[in-house]
Unconditional design. Structure first.
Length: 262
C-alpha cells in the first residue's frame, strides 16, 4: 500500500486517537467510498471544468440546477471562478502540460491536478475550493496569517506541498520543483489566492523518513492488528460513520473519561 498525503494524515490522527482505524482501513484498503458532501461535489465540478479530469469516483460531476435548468447560485459563482482560473493561466503565461498527473514512486503516491511550464520551469499546481478563504483559525481555512510562521493550523494544508515536492524529486530528479496552491472562494467570485509553497530541504528529508516509517507501520503492523485494536469509538464520529450499523464497537452514549488531579 503506497502512502498518500491523506493516508499519512489519517495514520497520524489514528495514533493520536482522533480517527478510527476500522474506518481508515475500509477506506484505504477495501476502497470504501463515502457519499461526497455538497462542498465536495462543488469542488469536484469546478476541478473537472478546469482540468477535464474525472474525480476518483470516475463519474462526471454534474452541477445542481434549478427547475428551469439554470445553474444554482453556488454553481453560477463557481462558473465565474472557472473563468477566473483560465484568465490566470492566460495572464501568467502558464503552459499546461499534464492534468491528473500520477506520480510513480515505490512507497508514495499522489495525483497532481496540473503540471505546467511557468517562467521556464516545470511547476505543480493544486486547485482548491473553499468557503473559508480568509479564515486563519480553522484547519482548512486559507487566511494569510496562518501561513506566515508555518503554524500547526497550516500543516494539514502544507503537507500536500511537501509530499508532491518529495515525489517530484524522485520522479524528475528536481530538488526543488515549484509548487502552487490556486485557491478559489465558493462564496465570493472576486476572492482568489495564489500561494507558492517554499519547502526547506531538511523538511523534504524529514518527510521521506516519515513516509518510510508510515509505510512500514501500515503494511507490517496496522494491517495485522485485530479489529478491537483498530477501533477508536467516539459518540460523535460513530453517529456519522458509514460502518455504524454493522460495527460491533460503535457507541451511542459517551465513554467515561478519567481526570487525574495531583
Amino acid at each position: 500500500m503506497k502512502i498518500s498525503q491523506s493516508l499519512l494524515k489519517a495514520l497520524f490522527n489514528f495514533k493520536k486517537g482522533e480517527e478510527c482505524g476500522l474506518l481508515l482501513k475500509e477506506r484505504y484498503v477495501n476502497g470504501l467510498e463515502t457519499p461526497p458532501t455538497d462542498a465536495m461535489n462543488l469542488g469536484n465540478w469546478f476541478e473537472y471544468k478546469c482540468t477535464n479530469q474525472l474525480p476518483r469516483s470516475g463519474k462526471e460531476p454534474l452541477p445542481d440546477t434549478l427547475k428551469n435548468g439554470d445553474l444554482s447560485i453556488e454553481y453560477r459563482r463557481m462558473n465565474v471562478q472557472v473563468e477566473n482560473y483560465f484568465k490566470i493561466i492566460e495572464r501568467y503565461g502558464i503552459e499546461i502540460t499534464h492534468t491528473g498527473y500520477v506520480f510513480d514512486h515505490p512507497i508514495g503516491s499522489g495525483i497532481a491536478d496540473i503540471i505546467g511550464n511557468w517562467n521556464g520551469r516545470r511547476v505543480i499546481i493544486d486547485l482548491k475550493t473553499t468557503a473559508k478563504i480568509d479564515d486563519k483559525w480553522s484547519d482548512y481555512g486559507w487566511g494569510d496569517e496562518k501561513f506566515e510562521y508555518d503554524s500547526p493550523q497550516a500543516q494539514p494544508l502544507t503537507i500536500q506541498a511537501v509530499q508532491y515536492k518529495w515525489l517530484a524529486k524522485h520522479e524528475w530528479g528536481d530538488d526543488d520543483t515549484p509548487f502552487y496552491f490556486f485557491v478559489f472562494s465558493t462564496t465570493d467570485t472576486n476572492a482568489v489566492k495564489i500561494f507558492e509553497v517554499i519547502v526547506d530541504e531538511d523538511r523534504i528529508a524529514k518527510h521521506e523518513e516519515q513516509i518510510e516509517s508510515a509505510s512500514n507501520y501500515f503494511n507490517n503492523q496496522f494491517l495485522l492488528k485485530e479489529r478491537k485494536d483498530l477501533a477508536i469509538a467516539d459518540m460523535k464520529r460513530c453517529a456519522s460513520c458509514p460502518l455504524k450499523s454493522t460495527c460491533e464497537f460503535a457507541i451511542d452514549v459517551p465513554l467515561i473519561k478519567t481526570i487525574y488531579v495531583a
